[in-house]
Design a protein around this ligand. Structure first.
Ligand code: DHB
Length: 446
């Protein structure tokens, strides 16, 4: 791949109260042997002050952090992000990052539904993480042609994108990805980054079903929202069958074994893990109350006594997903699709899902599943030291245990984790960008 530093446009964006000038390089190929030319490209945005030799927020063209957001959702393919003005007149994430003085680089990546002209799947696992790594390598290879400090790359993503941000942070330069990277012609550079910001990471997929039953298994139905064809919504409740209740019981036991196997110092039993999560939920409720929000007693949190009833809280927020909502016996989930291969759209990726298969589908190779889970790389040499993890206190897409175990494992390895469960927040990201950017400034400037 070749980077032409003269192929840019200088652009302007205007929000209600601010004008932003930046230099844009768009759709730059980041691998020399692309599988998908449409997606394996990245965008680079540079605050114009750096081109003019000026500073922003005390950063110079050499010291500015590189904010590296991905737009991955639902493990689908993603186009590279760009700055824009939202319908309400505010800047979006990328525009606000430029305003803060960050160089913004975002890569397109393949996803679970990406096909070539012949209909062959070309974006199944581990494509999305491989593409992000290839993009980081490319950025390092053009370090002297762009502004920003390639040793200060800060990744950001939400949900599946949060999971990939976590994995990118944890697995820097791990040799298990090498064959995939050389196949697509990634630059011969490091793919390690500096820091990882993860909103509601849907990670640790092979333990997500069991973690979900640990948290919600006492509930006999799930509440979800159906989108109708006329764009209205209907609130739905599904009651569980005896078979589903049996699966739920089985999975609860499997989660207990998993937590034991993790040997987390501060959460080597389910009770301690629950205590950790409850402490975070109480902290979150307290903060909300101090900020004037009403924390209803019905949610099972009793702030005066500094206590909570976890089971009651979970009944209050309700469960959203059905039993086996990640690796389903019928293999209908987006995660089943993630773990397909070139010719099979869906596969199982857990022992339990495969043993209970009702769809006559195969099991993904263990290595493929391994390569998609940030937990497997925490503590390795290329794992980043700085972490910021947010998981909304009203988010029911995956168990709190998933982000909690990631946090505890990271802390055990000596990394600093800024972790919280913001009150009332559902499955979403980028809702506290001022705080996120303060954190980036803090870790980059100290
Ligand atoms: C996403 C949400 C999910 O509930 C899930 O299982 C996978 C991905 C997402 O929003 O990216």
């Amino acid at each position: 791949m070749y980077f032409n530093s003269d192929e840019y446009t200088d652009e302007t964006l205007e929000s209600r109260d601010c004008i932003l000038h930046y230099r844009a390089y768009r759709n730059v190929p980041y691998v020399s042997n692309p599988v998908c030319e449409r997606l394996q490209v990245l965008n680079i945005f540079i605050p114009i002050q750096y081109i003019n030799g000026q500073t922003v927020n005390n950063y110079t063209s050499n010291t500015a952090p590189i904010f590296f957001p991905n737009a991955i959702g639902g493990y689908m393919e993603a186009n590279p992000c760009s700055p824009y003005v939202k319908e309400n007149g505010d800047f979006n994430t990328e525009a606000l990052a430029l305003k803060r003085g960050y160089v913004v680089i975002s890569a397109g990546v393949r996803g679970r539904t990406t096909t070539d002209e012949s209909g062959k799947f070309i974006g199944k696992a581990p494509s999305c993480i491989v593409d992000l790594k290839a993009a980081v390598r490319f950025v390092r290879s053009i370090a002297d042609k762009i502004c920003g400090d390639v040793n200060k790359i800060v990744s950001n993503g939400t949900s599946a994108g949060g999971a990939m941000s976590a994995l990118l942070g944890a697995s820097g330069d791990c040799e298990e990805y090498e064959a995939y990277l050389s196949q697509i012609g990634a630059a011969n550079q490091s793919d390690s980054i500096f820091a990882s910001s993860c909103y509601c990471p849907i990670t640790n997929l092979e333990n997500a079903d069991s973690a979900y039953e640990w948290q919600y298994g006492h509930l006999n139905c799930n509440h979800w929202t159906r989108w109708n064809s006329d764009n209205t919504t209907t609130e739905m409740i599904d009651y569980f069958s005896l078979k589903q209740k049996q699966h739920s019981e089985d999975l609860k036991h499997i989660f207990a074994e998993y937590v034991e196997m993790l040997k987390l110092k501060d959460a080597h039993t389910l009770l301690l893990l629950e205590e950790f999560i409850c402490t975070k939920l109480i902290e979150s409720a307290k903060k909300a109350e101090q900020e004037g929000e009403c924390v209803s007693k019905e949610c099972g949190i009793y702030l005066a006594e500094n206590k909570m009833n976890f089971a009651l809280y979970n009944s209050y927020i309700t469960r959203m997903k059905t039993v086996c909502c990640f690796d389903n016996p019928h293999a209908f989930t987006c995660e089943n699709e993630l773990f397909g291969n070139e010719f099979e759209n869906v596969r199982h990726f857990t022992d339990y899902g495969f043993q209970n298969d009702l769809a006559c589908v195969q099991r993904a190779p263990e290595m493929t599943v391994f390569l998609m889970n940030a937990m497997n790389f925490v503590g390795r040499k290329g794992c980043v030291k700085h972490w910021r993890i947010r998981h909304g206190a009203a988010d029911r897409d995956t168990s709190f245990a998933i982000s909690a175990c990631l946090t505890l494992k990271l802390e055990e390895c000596g990394y600093s984790v800024d972790y919280s469960l913001p009150w009332g927040v559902e499955h979403s990201g980028d809702y506290d960008l001022n705080e996120l950017f303060d954190w980036i400034d803090f870790i980059c400037k100290r």
